[in-house]
Design a protein around this ligand. Structure first.
Ligand code: DX5
Ligand code: ZN
Length: 215
């Protein structure tokens, strides 16, 4: 299993040591949640924070855009050193064009679905993306309980990927812990995002290793 710790649950007064902890861990990526207070009812951090984190983080940056009109921010995200840009299907009027712009900027493209958005909406974009992010909570806040219907969506998405020959990885975000992580691994997930489960623990390295060992 690949693991992408979500910085949203970190101690923002000690970001450099939190990023240092991730650098020295077995995590595969660092997940960064950008919120605009419009697409989701919360505001997190913007490009100045992303840029500062990008300068000290040695893991690939996995940026999850929870903003309206994410196409406006492609070059900003790239300039912060991101490897992957995730955009919500619900926020993208011209998703194919946004995915192309992300690729042209030299990043991998991820498309993200809210819990109530069906997997079938991906059938005409799945072959063009490197990743699909399924939200297993309503986006905007950490520490929410996992929505069980996500397991069904992971299985549906796995089927769609196999049917089309897409290379997309399946990433899950929200309420991930050892128990839900195990269920997600069985359902076919490739990458687990976890915030409070990792940063809220006395030994975050151990938590990362627990998620990594799931298969
Ligand atoms: C929520 C964010 C998540 C959040 C997950 O909108 O997209 O990445 O940090 O937090 P946990 O793992 O605590 O549910
Ligand atoms: Zn996220």
């Amino acid at each position: 299993m690949e693991v992408s710790p979500s910085l949203l649950a970190a101690d923002f007064a000690n970001l450099s040591s939190e990023v240092g902890m991730i650098n020295s861990s077995n995590a595969d990526y660092l997940h960064l949640d950008v919120m605009d207070g419009v697409f989701v009812p919360n505001i997190s951090f913007g490009f100045s924070v992303l840029d500062a984190v990008g300068k000290i983080c040695t893991k690939p940056l996995d940026v999850h855009m929870m903003t309206v009109e994410p196409y406006k921010w492609v070059s900003h995200v790239r300039d912060c050193g991101a490897s992957l840009m995730n955009v919500h299907v619900e926020a993208s009027r011209h998703l194919h064009s946004t995915v192309s712009e992300i690729h042209q900027a030299g990043m991998k493209a991820g498309v993200t679905l809210n819990p109530s958005t069906p997997v079938v909406l991906l059938s005409d974009i799945i072959e063009d993306v490197e990743l699909v992010l399924l939200m297993s909570v309503n986006p905007g806040f950490g520490g929410q309980p996992f929505i069980m219907n996500t397991l069904k969506k992971v299985r549906e998405l796995r089927e769609l990927i196999e049917k089309t020959g897409s290379k997309a990885k399946i990433q899950i975000d929200g309420g991930v812990n050892e128990t839900t992580g195990r269920m997600l691994a069985e359902a076919g997930a490739d990458i687990l995002v976890a915030g409070s489960y990792i940063f809220g623990a006395p030994d975050p390295h151990e938590r990362i290793n627990i998620l990594k060992s799931l298969s």
